[in-house]
Structure formats: structure tokens, C-alpha cells
Design a protein. Structure first.
Length: 99
């Protein structure tokens, strides 16, 4: 079933959520206070943690996983010293981590 069919089925859809909160809990960092580009930063800093959180949401019953790409764009990545080619690769990686 593709996403369109799933959403049209009328079933309750459970999304993952609170990604930043889990990253803070598991990394021990107060990311919201550190930078508003935390999504971009953790794709580079700890992709294994991002993947684990996706997995844990699925184990807990999430039907849909969203990528951890909050502020993950050229400007956001530039704020943490990542240039555009690497930023593109990290965005592609975020999709693969969610898959």
C-alpha cells in the first residue's frame, strides 16, 4: 500500500514525533538551546542515533517515519560549517536512514 492509499483508507495514522526530544535524551545535549539547526547537525554528528530513533518509533507502533531534516537545507547546514555538496549528501542519507 502506498502512502496515498494508506491515508485514504481512513485508518488512524501514527507518525513518529518528538525526534528532537529523543535526541536530547539519548545524546545528553540540549540541542534546542545550542542551535536551531539541530536536525542538520545530528545528521552529520550521529547518523547512527538518528537511525536508531527511527527504528524505535517503528517498534513502538509508528506507521509512518518522517525524515530527521528539520532545518536541513543549504543555509542551515552552512551554519554548522557544511558546504552544499555535503549538505545534499546528508539530506539523501536522511532518507536512507528513515528507510
Amino acid at each position: 500500500m502506498n502512502i496515498k492509499e494508506f491515508l485514504e483508507s481512513g485508518k488512524i495514522v501514527v507518525l513518529d514525533g518528538g525526534f528532537g526530544t529523543l535526541i536530547e535524551q539519548r545524546s545528553g545535549e540540549k540541542i534546542g538551546l545550542k542551535s536551531y539547526v539541530w536536525g542538520a547537525a545530528f545528521l552529520k554528528q550521529d547518523p547512527a542515533l538518528v537511525k536508531q530513533i527511527h527504528y524505535d518509533y517503528l517498534k513502538a507502533g509508528a506507521d509512518i517515519v518522517i525524515t530527521s531534516t528539520f532545518k536541513a537545507h543549504a543555509t542551515g547546514f552552512a551554519e554548522i560549517g557544511v558546504q552544499e555538496p555535503e549538505a545534499f549528501d546528508l539530506c539523501v542519507m536522511s532518507t536512507k536512514l528513515a528507510q
